[in-house]
Design a protein around this ligand. Sequence first.
Ligand code: ATR
Length: 279
Amino acid sequence: MLDETVRIDRYGVMGYPISHSRSPVIHRLFALQTSQNLQYELLQVAPGKLDQAVQQFQRTGGKGLNVTAPHKTAIARLCDQLSERATLAGAVNTVVFRENEIYGDNTDGVGLLRDLTHNQQLGLRGKNILILGAGGATRGIVGPLLSLSPHSLVIANRSIEKAEALVEIFENRGAVSACRFDEVPTELSYDLIINATSAGVNGETPPYPEAAVSAKTICYDLSYGLTPTPFSVWGKEHNAVRSVMGWGMLVEQAAESFHIWRGVRPDTAPVLKQIAITA
Ligand code: ATR
């Protein structure tokens, strides 16, 4: 009799470190909910070992991967074909092993949009958005956010050159501008402030622009944690109407990956609820 494990489609998430990742739990819940027979593994892959790890995973029956820090840019070079949104983001978080090619996509931006517009019920057309940070995370979300036609999108960063470089990439897609943290235009009343810096993760608290928060502002931290992140605390302390962490984006980007792999869209609401309870 054929060993059952041989027939189960393999997926996984590669990153370094990776032990904190909630992706296996999320994808197992999706699989259970949609009756998909698959396994999803946690794969710790050190920087410099990505090529080898990807090849081995594919050789041993891997069907698809999620890729997280620090490999999101490096994996793009191993793909034969990239989606338009992955090209624009300059990063890949979802890989599909097809018969003759490795396909790379990026579901982070659409995951954020789905959390903001569907779960948070936030319409962004004509609204003012401020993004703090200008690294890889920001690059992945600027295109999708501009597609919602906000009135303005300001990117504030410690190093102004990086924010300006992003403006050059995206200026033909909408009203996007760059500044330093202490230059954030305060004549605009921000509907949404997104923290896309990695400062909190490193235990640092940058001088987030206090004057940018008003009673109508939603603060959204792309980071998430078992306890409130420093930015989500900051948002509450400055009387934002709501201050949330990126659990919703995490679950929604996972659902989009799952859909790409399996052709089935899971219901995220119960999974988000369960993750939040077990978080
Ligand atoms: P990611 O892929 O998570 O975006 P990244 O590309 O290394 O990671 O970018 C990290 C972002 O966090 C950058 O915008 C960085 O600012 P700089 O471009 O000036 O380095 C920002 N960041 C990290 N630590 C910070 C801190 N203590 N204060 C302000 N910004 C910080």
